[in-house]
Write a protein that binds this ligand. Structure first.
Ligand SMILES: Cc1cc2nc3c(=O)[nH]c(=O)nc-3n(C[C@H](O)[C@H](O)[C@H](O)COP(=O)(O)O)c2cc1C
Length: 145
């Protein structure tokens, strides 16, 4: 049950979202609009930039810790009804982000998270991602099977 509950956070369910937003694969304009939404942080009013100290670069703990803090932030936001989306697109132009957010040079930009009140009328927001089952995603050792 715990593993099932923890199996959240699908990656890029674009096809399901295109379907919900009635975008067909051949419609380049609508697909482009979809991509631009990501660069606009899905029109969310707030963008959180997750960074880490440059001295920690290369440690295997660093991406783990960034993921942990990002997950905690997203869960905290959702517990208060706020929508949150991990968004790599938001930091693809990281020098621009650094300049506008005033991020010091001793920080490395890891990821951005869009935050805002979800627009329930937007079709893609009704998509519920499919997950692999616990049996597919987990190897149990020493549980008598
Ligand atoms: C590390 C990471 C980076 C992501 N970057 C993007 C992105 O740049 N653009 C995008 O549309 N979705 C991106 N996503 C996907 C969304 O954040 C979100 O996980 C996806 O819409 C699935 O939603 P769900 O977790 O509710 O199933 C990213 C997800 C992760 C985990």
């Amino acid at each position: 049950m715990l593993l099932h509950a923890a199996s959240v956070g699908g990656l890029y369910p674009d096809v399901a979202c295109w379907s919900a937003a009635e975008i067909v694969r051949d419609d380049k304009d609508k697909r482009q609009d979809w991509v631009l939404r990501g660069f606009r942080q899905f029109d969310a009013p707030v963008c959180v930039i997750v960074t880490y100290d440059r001295v920690l670069d290369g440690s295997d703990d660093t991406p783990f810790d960034c993921g942990a803090v990002a997950t905690a932030l997203v869960n905290a936001a959702w517990s208060r009804g706020l929508g949150a989306v991990f968004n790599s697109q938001g930091i693809m132009q990281s020098p621009v982000v650094r300049e506008h957010a005033g991020i010091a040079d001793d920080q490395i930009i890891m990821k951005s998270i869009a935050l805002g009140w979800p627009d329930e009328s937007f079709p893609a927001n009704a998509v519920v991602s499919e997950r692999r089952s616990v049996e597919e995603a987990t190897v149990f050792v020493g549980f008598g099977n």
